[in-house]
Design a binder for this molecule. Structure first.
Ligand code: ZN
Length: 183
């Protein structure tokens, strides 16, 4: 089945692969380990004309509630809010700035996915218990089939990874796969 996942009804989401999460204020070692697998997935996806969506934290000081809880990170217009150089968006990719955890919250994501006729979402990025989880929650509620390559997502605390993955599987029906299975 995964042999044919990269087709016209599938999109790839890249969640928060930004400087502040991969190398800066809210980063961790495991976050850096998923850069290369995501890069190879994106190359494969673009070759097959599968749309790539970057769901990027783009926080506005003084309004976004997350900042009170987590401190300053991914502030709009700063280097910390830029996608890491290894995963820079290409022409034709979609950039979805977001103000809270989910890529769907108050963004154009759902409208774009509907317009493109997307039914399957491959969700990658950070972190499995926060933005990946909240994005998966909304994806599930909108009726998408969710695929999560386990080597393309990371937990902030490594010991929570397996629990996070199990939650995504149980609660949102996410199919947990490896990047090598996606063709
Ligand atoms: Zn944030």
């Amino acid at each position: 089945m995964e042999q044919t996942l990269l087709h016209e009804k599938t999109a790839v989401l890249v969640v928060d692969m930004l400087h502040d999460f991969v190398k800066g204020a809210l980063s961790c070692t495991q976050a850096r380990e998923i850069v290369a697998p995501i890069r190879s997935l994106l190359t494969e996806a673009r070759q097959k004309k599968v749309p790539v969506f970057y769901c990027n934290d783009c926080h506005v000081p003084g309004t976004d509630p997350e900042l009170k809880l987590w401190g300053e990170h991914a502030i709009a217009g700063t280097a910390g809010a830029q996608v890491v150089p290894e995963l820079l968006p290409c022409p034709g990719d979609y950039i979805i700035p977001k103000h809270c955890y989910s890529g769907f919250f108050q963004t154009e994501l759902q409208w774009l996915l509907t317009t493109l006729g997307i039914e399957n979402l491959i969700i990658t990025g950070l972190y499995t218990n926060i933005c990946v989880r909240h994005t998966a929650a909304d994806a599930f509620c909108w009726g998408y089939h969710i695929y999560i390559p386990r080597d393309c997502v990371s937990a902030f605390a490594p010991q929570e990874f397996e629990g996070d993955i199990a939650y995504l599987q149980t609660v949102y029906g996410a199919k947990i796969i490896s990047v090598d299975e996606i063709k």
